[in-house]
Design a protein. Structure first.
Lengths: 263, 323, 641
């Protein structure tokens, strides 16, 4: 089973105080740690598990700057066999389609049975790249997978729907699947583990190598003219409700009704 | 060219709420442009759904076929591509749901129409379309101005729009034949899997009433339960309560329980230790009730009540029983 | 002339020699297997010579000093068995020398010999019967009832009793004049008529020979191996350098001392008795862990697999029980062969961490956080020095004035709301005493304790480098920590460093003794003190915190049942804070808080941020808020200033 996993490096924002850059197009990432996108981490784990069970090769691909090598190394330490880094130069300002076009060029040159991506990334939350690639590659696909079971010539996928329901579908191979969080328990990657894979060569390619033109990627190739980011309003700690018990509860009930959509 | 196309979403014979929400948006957008709202209904034996939609849209396009009976991206894509090229709506709306997320990007790739996902608001300006969405896990708002185009596809975040009214006319229905199915890629729908009848998944709830050690005894949980029921909330808890076995572990919120993001999180008698905060601090609105004014929960809550929860609950529950 | 006839009425003595040869071959063959397996486990391990180690081995193996610890009865009983057996064994040797080399056991020599053997045999029988009573009648909890336990005991009893029987029958048959010197046998002999004696004798003789030779042969294959293994383990553990780091990636994880300890373990169960995890009804027991690792090492390295046949059904699975151990060291405190089960647990964790798929999810996240943000609590470094806001504390990284020491606050104390009081109180005390100190502020890294205890050695080494370079950069030579864990790690797990580390209790003790800190306000309180494992047991700091407490006027200090080296772990160490899903009957911390409550004290004082958090939680869960407070030593002292 040869599997390609497309992964992305994103800033970790869970406990951080975010600031918008002066031009309003992005957040200030200087003090933020860069980590592997959570969904992609699940995808890598899933790919490695399938490989461990059935044999084959796992290749991870990312598009980013040289720091992105970290997520590739991590994936290699988890058990991936090869890694490709697409240099982000030329891709700045891309929308999801631009990124997908870049990854596509690398993926379509490889032999594979499965292409996995995370269902979305924690920075842009587009949830598009994996499926755009699937469509352009002409592959059968399924998104939001919480279970992936290769069965010879096909793969059975359980998709996560709302209200705790799952949808079971079957795809002929080769296929593309986007992975939802919680599909597995990603293994721990120890420092020693990363050291052990430090000698694996990471293949590097550029937009030029891939034969992509400016009109397809970057700002030119994007469907978005302008982005303006802003932070939501925030207060310092709770607004303590005062008054009689009756008044306090009246106010609280109001809040619950409004914000909770209770009639 | 001013028309809005809404792809209706239904499952197991019922229209899902997102359909109505999209129709509300579609109506506004269409009326602004002087255009019409067309709803696409794909499925098998969907007459009842068609009738339900009839008072909510200007036109309905129905395509019935066994292959469309349950959602399957393969045939749905073929039909939608045809319909979109036939009608060329300005904006095609899908839900940012398990179905819409699965369908929209491939549709965009197949038709070449630009796509923006997970929109919480849409604004038609003179020369272009703008949308509002959130990035970085909801921590940052993003206003996007799109490049001019003939058509757009948008997926709409559930819960962003509320449907209020019905329209006074009834829709014109056009039944179209199913296309030839030769461009399919072999995806096969097998079935739905229901979860085992185990305990509730608190991360699905819109409102959580969460109890902490302040509840005192298991016997007192009933008071909190009554309140939860009155407001249609699910009961959850902090660690000490789960540890003692007063509620199942599946109800525990926190680093070693579940991380939840309900619209409203009501913390009763929870001190708000760090581990608990980590599991709920990104909730929409947090209301905390605690005797101790210095309880850490008040740092992360939006509203606070410094009082004995047993004095608050009866009065608060009454407010909801009036309906 | 008194003597003992050899091979009396025994024809075909060659059969005896043949059997003896077989027994000896099996015995030595078994030993060779041990040596081969040990070598394969640790190719580079070699014993080194040390007089101190020899002395300790003599004290503990020969005099049995260690077996008396915590269970005097067991010590006496074991001494009886050991000396009885040893004497009889030597007696057989002496007899062989007499028979094959020089016949000196005649006359007086023989009589003394005879009496000595008699005494030895009786002592041995008493010991064995005592052992049986303890295991099967008294049902002492730590003693198991496996087939091997019963069989070995029975076998020994049969050997000794059959020996007496042979003697009795011989005395009856021969009726020598000196039979009185074999007093026990003599009593038995009086019960046996001479006629039957002669016919019985060969049977009994052969019977005794077979079971005795069988016993020798069985030694390597049963828990009797501890006769050889225990002294070896005691010696090797005494020559062992303190828990060093495995710096070389290729060095074997388990070393000679470890595998010898595993083989020396005779399942006495003292470790289980004191283990707080077992005590709380959790699925972990040090004995089971040790045996499981022993089995897996044998299966991997021995040419014939695991030769301890009675453990054939034992599991070599370690799995998620591995994460229950708090590394509190209670096991090492009592193990008769100085085995540190908790260190072995950590070594096994190193393996599991590297493999990656069996790491508990919360721990997984915690280690990632530790790596990126230098603390296990949150994904950000920004709140590290928040606790110090408004307290006018000198930040060494900004301006290093002339300071007496660097106060290394630690991750938990910096970030947990309750634990922050430790730092705030200490700062108040130090400022009131005009002690010049500084903190590292936002730049303070993690000491690496968590990484070390859960086996993430790569991460630990990175954190060591971090800390050392920071200390070197700011030329810090004196470090005072809030947490006993940081204290322990800096002192014991860091390579040679230029800074001295002390826990704040030591500093408080000194400051009070020198009069710089004056607890003058009388507090009319009864308190009890909970020894944190990493301050007390691991580092021997018992007296200083108690002196500090007693220096406060009006305080009555009552000790809990388990205090000092016997202190009961509160459950916060060894990475356990970050283990979800603890499957226990009663939580460790609740057992401890109940014990504290039982002293009648109104405050339980501790000196560790993790203990503080664990005990506070337990206090709430047990509903003791109105009756018992949990305080850190600093908070108590501050109340009296």
């Amino acid at each position: 089973m040869n599997i390609i996993v497309c992964i992305k490096q994103v800033p970790e924002v869970t406990d951080a105080d975010l600031e918008i850059t002066s031009d309003g197009t992005d957040i200030d990432k200087e003090d933020l740690e860069m980590v592997i996108n959570e969904w992609d981490n699940y995808a890598v784990e899933e790919a490695v598990r399938i490989k461990e069970a059935q044999g084959g090769k796992v290749t991870v691909v990312t598009l980013g700057d040289e720091d992105s090598e970290d997520v590739l190394r991590r994936a290699l330490a988890m058990g991936a066999d090869a890694a490709v880094l697409i240099d982000e130069e030329g891709f700045e300002g891309s929308d999801a389609a631009g990124i997908a076009r870049g990854l596509l060029r690398v993926v379509e040159e490889m032999e594979f049975d499965l292409v996995l991506t995370g269902a979305q990334s924690s920075d842009d939350n587009w949830a598009q790249v994996g499926l755009l690639m699937a469509e352009w590659l002409g592959l059968p696909f399924a998104s939001l997978a919480v279970k992936v079971e290769p069965k010879g010539e096909t793969v059975v996928v359980h998709r996560e729907l709302e209200a705790n329901t799952l949808e079971e579908v079957e795809l002929p191979l080769p296929a593309a699947v986007t992975i939802q969080t919680g599909i597995n328990e990603p293994r721990y990657v120890s420092i020693m583990g990363i050291r052990k894979v430090r000698n694996i060569q990471i293949e590097e390619v550029s937009a030029g190598d891939l034969g992509l033109e400016a009109s397809q990627i970057g700002k030119q190739g994007s469907s978005i003219e302008k982005i303006r980011l802003s932070l939501p309003e925030e207060g310092e700690g709770a607004e303590i409700l005062t008054g009689t018990m009756e008044e306090i509860c009246e106010k609280a009930a109001q809040v619950i009704k409004e914000r909770g959509g209770v009639a | 060219m001013n028309d809005i196309l809404v792809v209706a979403e239904h499952r197991k014979g019922e229209l899902r709420d997102i359909t109505f929400e999209m129709l509300a948006l579609a109506k506004r957008l269409a009326r602004e442009q002087g255009g019409a709202v067309t709803t696409v209904l794909l499925g098998e034996e969907i007459l009842a759904l068609q009738e339900e939609l009839s008072s909510l849209t200007d036109k309905i396009l129905v395509v019935e076929d066994p292959l469309l009976g349950n959602y399957n991206a393969d045939p749905y894509l073929v039909v939608l591509k045809e319909l979109i090229s036939r009608d060329t709506p300005y904006i095609t709306l899908l839900g940012h749901t398990a179905m819409g997320m699965d369908l929209a990007p491939p549709l965009s790739a197949r038709t070449g129409i630009p796509l923006v996902t997970d929109c919480i608001d849409v604004m038609i300006e003179e020369s272009h379309l703008s949308v509002q969405r959130q990035v970085y896990g909801g921590k940052v708002n993003a206003h996007l101005q799109l490049k001019p185009a003939e058509q757009y596809i948008l997926t709409i975040r559930p819960g962003s729009f509320t449907y209020q009214e019905e329209w006074d006319s009834s829709a014109t229905v056009t039944k179209l034949p199913a296309p030839s199915w030769d461009a399919l890629r072999g995806r096969r729908f097998i079935g739905y899997l229901e979860p085992e009848a185990e305990d509730v998944d608190i991360s699905e709830a819109d409102i959580l009433v969460s109890i902490g050690r302040g509840i005192g005894k298991p016997e007192n949980i009933a008071v909190a339960e009554a309140f939860a029921e009155a407001i249609g909330a699910t009961l959850s808890c902090s660690r000490p309560v789960a540890d003692k076995g007063w509620l199942p572990k599946s109800r525990q919120v926190g680093t070693s329980g579940k991380t939840v993001r309900p619209k409203v999180y009501i913390a009763l008698g929870i001190s708000g230790a760090f581990q608990h905060q980590a599991g709920m601090k990104n909730s929409g609105t947090i209301i905390a009730v605690n005797k101790d004014p210095k309880a850490p929960i008040f740092k992360v809550a939006h509203y606070g009540i410094v009082a004995d929860l047993f004095q608050v609950l009866p009065v608060l529950t009454e407010k909801f029983k009036k309906q | 002339m008194a003597h003992r006839p050899m091979f009396l009425m025994i024809g075909q003595a060659w059969i005896f020699y043949a059997l003896a040869a077989i027994a000896v071959i099996l015995f030595f063959g078994g030993l060779v297997l041990y040596l081969v397996t040990w070598k394969r486990v640790d190719r580079k391990g070699r014993p080194v010579f040390s007089w101190a180690a020899v002395r300790r081995t003599f004290e503990d193996a020969v005099l049995g000093k260690r077996t008396f610890k915590g269970d005097v009865t067991a010590g006496v009983m074991h001494l009886f068995i050991f000396w009885g057996f040893f004497a009889l064994f030597m007696g057989t040797g002496v007899l062989s020398v007499h028979h094959y080399i020089v016949e000196f056991l005649r006359g007086r020599a023989y009589l003394v010999f005879s009496a000595a053997m008699e005494l030895a045999g009786i002592v041995l029988v008493i010991g064995l019967l005592w052992a049986a009573v303890r295991r099967y009648l008294q049902r002492i909890p730590r003693l198991e009832h496996r087939a091997e336990d019963g069989l070995v005991l029975l076998w020994l009893i049969v050997v000794v009793v059959s020996g007496f029987m042979v003697e009795a029958v011989r005395l009856s048959a021969q009726d020598p004049a000196w039979r009185g010197w074999s007093f026990a046998g003599n009593v038995l002999a009086k019960l046996i008529p001479t006629s039957t004696a002669s016919s019985l004798y060969p049977y009994l003789w052969w019977g005794h020979a077979v079971v005795s030779l069988g016993l020798i042969a069985a030694i390597p294959f049963t828990k009797l191996f501890h006769m050889l293994g225990a002294p070896a383990s005691i010696y090797l553990q005494a020559t062992r350098s303190p828990s060093g780091l495995i710096e070389n990636e290729k060095a074997s994880l388990f070393q000679l001392e470890d595998i010898v300890f595993f083989d020396a373990c005779m399942r006495c169960g003292r470790c289980v008795e004191v283990c707080p995890s077992s005590g709380a009804g959790e699925p972990f027991a040090p004995r089971d862990f040790v045996q499981a690792v022993r089995k897996s090492l044998w299966r991997q390295n021995s040419p014939l697999g695991d030769i301890r046949f009675f453990m054939a059904n034992g599991s070599q699975q370690v799995d998620e029980k591995l994460w229950y151990c708090t590394t509190c060291r209670a096991c090492l405190e009592v193990c008769p062969v100085y085995g540190a089960a908790f260190e072995e647990v950590i070594k096994k964790r190193v393996e599991v961490i590297e493999e990656g798929t069996k790491v508990p999810p919360l721990l997984n996240q915690t280690l990632e956080r530790l790596y990126r943000y230098n603390n296990p609590w949150e994904s950000s470094k920004k709140r590290r020095a928040e606790w110090a806001r408004g307290l006018d504390v000198n930040d060494i990284t900004k301006e290093k004035d002339n300071i007496e020491f660097c106060y290394f606050v630690g991750c938990t104390t910096s970030l947990d709301t309750r634990a922050q009081e430790i730092a705030k109180s200490l700062v108040s005390i130090l400022q009131a005493a005009h002690v010049r100190f500084g903190i590292l502020g936002k730049k303070e890294p993690c000491c690496g304790d968590i990484a070390r205890r859960v086996g993430e050695l790569g991460l630990f080494m990175e954190q060591v480098d971090n800390c050392i370079s920071l200390f070197e950069k700011y030329r810090i030579e004196e470090v005072v920590t809030s947490s006993p864990h940081c204290f322990h790690t800096f002192r014991n797990d860091y390579p040679e460093v230029l800074f001295r580390t002390r826990h704040y209790a030591l500093v408080l003790d000194e400051l009070i003794a020198s009069g710089r800190v004056k607890p003058t306000k009388s507090l009319d309180l009864v308190v009890t003190y909970h020894d944190p494992c990493y301050l007390g047991r691991h580092n021997g700091v018992f007296e200083e915190p108690r002196r500090v407490i007693k220096s406060i006027p009006g305080i009555e200090l009552r000790e809990m049942v388990h205090n000092g080296p016997d202190s009961l772990c509160s459950g916060g160490g060894g990475g356990r804070m970050w283990k979800e899903d603890i499957d226990a009957e009663t939580k460790m911390s609740e057992i401890r808080i109940r014990e504290a409550h039982g002293t009648g004290a109104s405050i339980v004082v501790t000196a560790c941020p993790l203990c503080l958090i664990m005990l506070e939680d337990a206090r709430k869960v047990q509903g003791l808020e109105d009756e018992l407070k949990v305080m850190d030593l600093n908070e108590l002292v501050l109340m009296s200033l």
